[in-house]
Design a protein around this ligand. Structure first.
Ligand SMILES: N[C@@H](CCSC[C@H]1O[C@@H](n2cnc3c(=O)[nH]cnc32)[C@H](O)[C@@H]1O)C(=O)O
Ligand SMILES: [Zn+2]
Length: 430
């Protein structure tokens, strides 16, 4: 088994209560074989990591990766207009190949900004799965299910096929969920069916919730319920694992319904800011013991998939919303982007912290930059100062996907060419 030794880095293990320290990390095959102040032994490869911070790879808990092809194409619109007039028509033209290349574009961006795993909800998931395999990343894949027209069960079948075909693929790098899209696109009957099926097969569920005021109004007019009440009454929160994206518009009672849920909330602050959705009550959710991780949502709304931007936006929004700078301190928001997001993907037993026995998904951040000197408090410096472009080296499952900012599994020139060509066709005339 190949061994790699990272020497002399500043290590943020992201284990609760553990202080950063200077030390070495040993990787053996797919796993971390040691994290300690000094590891004195031979290795097949020794990386001089002095001047670098090592931390677990960032985990993007809510994405629509292939939407990178729509990056910057229709901004400054209301969510429902953006979705219905721009995104859905462009998506209707997408082929499997478009989705493959769009997902690779996302993978290139994610790796270059220190993301090692992501939760994806999209269509043509064979293409997404293939892109995950080829990039070397880790992902939780979901076929998004919009049940606005009867399709004879075609979408649902694709969701089932994904779970059957891709769970555990790529040496366990790929896991799967069922993905009823949102309360406003899933009427009670099909939603009940998905929940029952998920229960029977023990498959987690990934769904959008309460992203906009318009959604709240729609649900109130239709069912006389808040989006959260609607899902609660269908029994969703009794499920063994639910990943809720957004959860912006929650009443006090809604938060009560979420208390005790397994899984948790993916907070997507940049997308919420840009679409003017509102501020998710993150610290109130945390106070109720609800797990909150971080995601970007698709680049069609967020523009970039840089999790460092989400880290900053998440903490700033809570501080601003409550007029209280002690909300979401640096260590906590870094944990949200790593181990808490890992919990949302159901992979926290494998990744999300740096500790012996876990899979080696980790990043080195180059601190040899004017904006990252001097180093007083490494967690603060990274949370408030670092950017995706500061990530130097990325490992997933013990394999190096980037070294000195060079992508090792992907051809950037080819991705760029394919993305430009395909993106132009998708948005023509829209
Ligand atoms: N349209 C597909 C389902 C796709 S699931 C993923 C969907 O989520 C959409 N999406 C992306 N970002 C958001 C968001 O912020 N809120 C709601 N939907 C979104 C995206 O455009 C895509 O259509 C079907 O009918 O089978
Ligand atoms: Zn989304």
């Amino acid at each position: 088994m190949k061994t790699t030794l990272l020497k002399g880095c500043t290590i943020l293990t992201m284990r609760e209560g553990e202080q950063p320290f200077a030390g070495d990390i040993l990787i053996e095959g797919e796993r971390i074989a040691g994290v300690a102040p000094v590891i004195d032994r031979e290795a097949d490869e020794v990386i001089d990591a002095r001047g670098m911070a090592a931390m677990p790879g960032l985990i993007n808990a809510h994405n629509h990766a292939a939407m990178c092809l729509m990056r910057g194409f229709s901004d400054d619109l209301k969510l429902m207009d953006w979705l219905e007039k721009k995104m859905l028509p462009a998506e209707a033209r997408m082929t499997e190949e478009d989705i493959y290349w769009g997902t690779l574009l996302a993978a290139a961006e994610m790796i270059r900004s220190g993301t090692t795993a992501f939760a994806d909800m999209y269509v043509c998931m064979d293409a997404v799965g293939q892109a995950v395999l080829d990039s070397g990343m880790r992902a939780s894949l979901t076929r998004g299910l919009v049940f606005l027209q009867d399709d004879g069960g075609k979408r649902m079948q694709e969701g089932i096929d994904l779970v059957e075909k891709w769970s555990g693929a790529g040496d366990g790098r790929i896991t799967t969920m069922f993905g009823p899209h949102a309360p406003y696109t899933c009427p009670p009957e099909p939603l009940r069916e998905v929940i029952a099926l998920a229960r029977e097969r023990r498959v987690p569920i990934h769904i959008h919730l309460a992203e906009t005021i318009e959604e709240t109004v729609k649900l109130r007019d239709k069912y006389g319920q808040t989006p959260t009440e609607y899902l609660y009454q269908l029994g969703l929160f009794d499920h063994h694992h639910v990943l809720l994206a957004h959860a912006v518009h929650l009443t006090r009672r809604d938060i009560g319904y979420l208390r005790g849920m397994r899984g948790g909330v993916a907070h997507n602050p940049v997308s919420n800011l840009k679409l003017g959705c509102g501020i998710a009550p993150v610290t109130d959710l945390l106070a109720q013991g609800i797990t909150v991780g971080l995601g970007t949502d698709g680049a069609g709304s967020a523009t970039t998939l840089d999790m460092f931007a989400e880290i900053k936006a998440a903490t700033w929004l809570q501080k601003l919303d409550y007029g209280d700078p002690t909300r979401l301190p640096a260590e906590q928001v870094l944990r949200m982007a790593t181990i808490e997001s890992a919990k949302l993907l159901g992979i926290d037993h494998e990744v999300g912290t740096l500790e012996t026995g876990k899979k080696a998904d980790l990043i080195l951040i180059d601190l040899d930059k004017p904006h990252l000197q001097p180093v007083h408090n490494i967690a603060s410096l990274i949370a408030y100062g670092a950017q995706g472009g500061d990530v130097d080296t990325v490992f997933v499952n013990g394999r190096m996907l980037m070294r000195r900012r060079e992508l090792l599994t992907l051809s950037w020139e080819e991705i760029k060419k394919q993305a430009a060509k395909r993106a132009a066709r998708l948005v023509q005339g829209l």
